[in-house]
Design a protein around this ligand. Structure first.
Ligand SMILES: Cc1cc2nc3c(=O)[nH]c(=O)nc-3n(C[C@H](O)[C@H](O)[C@H](O)COP(=O)(O)OP(=O)(O)OC[C@H]3O[C@@H](n4cnc5c(N)ncnc54)[C@H](O)[C@@H]3O)c2cc1C
Length: 401
């Protein structure tokens, strides 16, 4: 039988993982990444949850991520007054189950690229897709440098601003603005009372923030200043270090939390970015083209699931392609994934929007949240448990829809 070949567009999280998963099922994939090297430190750090680690384990790639991650067994919630509202474990319910990890976005990319390269995956950097043409037999992609490549299948793992998505559905709606900004950094000390591996989320009086003491003695933090109206292009990138610091100190100084001190103890320059999500993408596939990861369902970082869902997609798509012919495999992939990921996107948007409620909303939240978390703990579950409970059974055959 001739080897099936795939072009993977995008070398973020989903791209190298789908190439590794496809290798396991006999599909030869080449990854085309627009940039000259894996992402720098933009985006700071993120969570890889137990469901994402489980999907990586299915293809033997979890170790690479565990090596660059900080185990993060507990997420604690506090109000701006310093009151502990509750805490949830990140591990699954099984006794002794391993927790999720936090990783710098750039380390995560480097780890996945390193693992893919070690397995002989062909990753082409500086290779930006500009167009694609499907035929009944295959697909031909064109790149910004004038080159072309043909294969049996094209996988769009090219993120929230996906070119592949626009080629599949030229009239697709643009991503939705999520009404908080993001900035983050690494402070050079551990605040009093902080425990290594405990991620503390602070619902401050005027803004939301989080911090995690790392074993290095640094404290990783992020902050989400509210911005209800979408800024113009380039506006947030143009905010300079001094302006970020002034804004963050103003927002967090009145809270009983270490956030303002962490900002002051962070070497610059601070940078910020906007976030967009995709509540529902009309077309996930067409002919021999399919979307995975953020290209199909970007979520707000508040869901903490962007990277983990991208990994789940990658491994699930490979299982579908292993067991079904191309058109059915793509339809089955969408059927297996759409409901779950759209639920995550909706939950992430709700959480982002609730990060800075008006005063009366804060009072209600501070009263309700401890009760809700205690109730969930007593039942041995928490509101996020369904996300993390997802497991990939690599060997189970995927039946037709
Ligand atoms: C700037 C930024 C900051 C983020 N910060 C956080 C965070 O703090 N916390 C969190 O939980 N999540 C964050 N995320 C989201 C998280 O990184 C994603 O959910 C996760 O990486 C999804 O993986 P993906 O592979 O689908 O997309 P991505 O990781 O975005 O990868 C897409 C890749 O495709 C490439 N690409 C795009 N267009 C083309 C093209 N035409 N041709 C070839 N390659 C192309 C891009 O350069 C990129 O490398 C951030 C995302 C971004 C973009």
């Amino acid at each position: 039988m001739p080897t099936v070949r795939a072009l993977v567009i995008g070398g973020g999280v989903a791209g190298p993982v789908v190439a590794m998963a496809l290798q396991r099922v006999g599909v030869e994939a080449t990854v085309h990444e627009a940039y000259a090297a894996p992402a720098g430190d933009v985006g700071a750090w993120l969570g890889v949850q137990v469901n994402g680690l489980d999907a990586l384990r299915a293809i033997g790639a979890d170790r690479a991520v565990l090596e660059v991650g900080v185990p993060t067994p507990v997420i604690e919630f506090r109000s701006g007054t310093g009151r502990v509202l509750g805490a949830v474990p990140t591990a699954g319910p099984a006794p002794g189950a391993a927790p999720g990890v936090s990783a710098k976005r750039s380390d995560l990319y480097r780890a996945l690229h390193g693992e893919a390269l070690r397995r002989g995956i062909d990753i082409r950097y500086g290779s930006r897709l500009t167009g694609a043409r499907s035929t009944p037999e295959g697909v031909t992609a064109t790149f910004a440098d004038g080159g072309t490549a043909s294969a049996d299948l094209l996988i769009g793992a090219d993120g929230v601003r996906s070119t592949v998505r626009a080629l599949l559905d030229p009239g697709c709606p643009p991503p939705r603005y999520v009404p908080v900004l993001n900035t983050a950094g690494y402070a050079d000390h551990t605040p009093p009372g902080a425990e290594v591996g405990r991620l503390t989320m602070v619902f401050g009086r005027r803004a939301f923030a989080g911090y995690l003491a790392a074993p290095t003695g640094q404290t990783w933090w992020f902050a989400n200043p509210p911005l209800p109206v979408e800024p113009g292009p380039g506006e947030v990138a143009a905010i300079h270090d001094g302006a970020w610091r002034a804004r963050l100190l103003d927002l967090h100084r009145a809270d009983r939390s270490p956030v303002a001190d962490l900002v002051e103890a962070t070497p610059g320059p601070l940078r910020g970015w906007t976030t967009y999500d995709l509540p529902t993408v009309r077309r996930w596939h067409g002919g021999r083209v399919v979307l995975i990861g953020d290209a199909a369902h970007a979520t707000s970082p508040a869901a903490g699931q962007g990277a983990s869902l991208a990994v789940e997609d990658a491994v699930t798509l490979a299982r579908c392609l292993r067991d079904l012919p191309v058109p059915q495999a793509l339809a089955r992939f969408e059927q297996l994934r759409r409901t779950r990921v759209e639920r995550a996107v909706a939950q992430g948007f709700r959480t982002s929007s609730a990060k800075s409620p008006p005063a009366v909303g804060r009072v209600v939240r501070d009263l309700v949240m401890p009760v809700a978390l205690r109730w969930a703990a007593a039942r041995g579950s928490d509101p996020q448990a369904w996300f993390r409970a997802h497991r990939v059974d690599w060997d189970a055959p995927v039946g037709a829809a």
